[in-house]
Write a protein that binds this ligand. Structure first.
Ligand SMILES: NC(=O)c1ccc[n+]([C@@H]2O[C@H](COP(=O)([O-])OP(=O)(O)OC[C@H]3O[C@@H](n4cnc5c(N)ncnc54)[C@H](OP(=O)(O)O)[C@@H]3O)[C@@H](O)[C@H]2O)c1
Length: 286
């Protein structure tokens, strides 16, 4: 039995579907029982737990061989990252109680970076879980291709791909959440020991211009990548409702300046199968 947190989301859902396709048993860990109904219909057990509730998580993880930890996304954290600290402490406590055979934890490219930024939330998680006496795989995927969901409307309506990753002609590693979930499911089924870092990107690195050209092909209209000037980001993100845009800007700087990157060399980074065009077609189809 594998307990999958975040199963109602993209990566957790992909991991669970891959496990079910391999004939594995899955326990759907959800915070809202109503959302578990499709998973129960697929034969999953259901456990209810918030990621900040150590006791509920320990019950959800009990008697499982593998645990998939999906840290709740938080794009606008309070200073000091209290949201991430709360879920990390609860997960750590629950794992100490449940003692599964292995844990796969979703982290991120650049979790090893020392400079503060939005991804420091995952650095905290890696630091807190690494000392546990359990086999632990820290899965560090690249930037999600699925983030392009935000670009469908500007591409379709204005023919513009707003570029925050700069320069626009720099190839960036990106990966589909389908590949991330599939690799998480593989790691849960393999036999290994100790602490591992698994870095993952898609089949090819892509520039912002290539992304715009892909949208153009799929939408059947011209689409141009346009760099969003850095000095406008703070006001723009505040307009979009963020309380504090600084961690997100620090993260974008990290990607653009190259200090958010894979820790291992190119040969050590696993490659996914899902292409940019696959993802854009699926997002445009809605
Ligand atoms: N975006 C990127 O480029 C990128 C790159 C590398 C790594 N990541 C990591 O990927 C993760 C996001 O994965 P995703 O795209 O699959 O996310 P997602 O589709 O937004 O799904 C988030 C999942 O977390 C659950 N959740 C949120 N808060 C919760 C809480 N307090 N207690 C219990 N469950 C909670 C949600 O449940 P509900 O359905 O109930 O809301 C949902 O199942 C983040 O940890 C992020 O750091 C992202």
């Amino acid at each position: 039995m594998h307990a999958i947190t975040g199963i109602t989301g993209k990566v957790g859902g992909a991991a669970a579907r891959a496990l079910l396709a391999s004939g594995q048993k899955v326990r759907a860990v959800v915070r809202d029982g109503y959302k578990a109904r499709p998973w129960a219909a697929l034969g999953c057990e259901v456990a209810i737990a918030e990621m900040e509730d150590a006791d509920a998580l320990a019950r959800a993880f009990a008697d499982c061989t593998g645990i998939f930890v999906l840290p709740p996304p938080c794009f606008d954290p309070l200073p000091g990252y209290p949201e991430a600290r709360a879920s990390v402490a609860a997960v750590r406590q629950a794992l100490k109680v449940a003692r599964p055979a292995r844990v796969v934890c979703l982290s991120t490219v650049g979790a090893q970076a020392a400079q503060p930024n939005l991804l420091s939330q995952r650095s905290l998680m890696e630091e807190a879980l690494s000392p546990l006496p359990l086999p632990l795989a820290l899965l560090r995927p690249a930037w999600f291709l699925d983030n392009l969901a935000w670009d469908v409307a500007p591409a379709r309506e204005r023919g513009v791909l707003p570029g925050f990753l700069q320069p626009l002609d720099r190839p960036m590693p990106m990966v589909s959440t389908l590949d991330v979930g599939r690799v998480a499911a593989e790691l849960l089924q393999e036999d290994w020991q100790g602490r591992r870092v698994v870095e993952l990107e898609g089949p090819a690195r892509v520039t912002q211009h290539e992304i715009a050209a892909t949208f153009a092909r799929v939408l059947g209209r011209p689409v141009q990548a346009e760099a969003v000037p850095r000095q406008t980001w703070g006001a723009l993100f505040r307009e979009q409702g963020m309380r504090d845009p600084v961690p997100r800007i620090q993260m974008l700087d990290g990607f653009n300046e190259g200090w958010i990157a894979f820790e291992g060399d190119d040969a050590s980074v696993r490659k996914g199968r899902v292409t940019l065009e696959d993802v854009v077609r699926q997002l445009v189809a809605g």
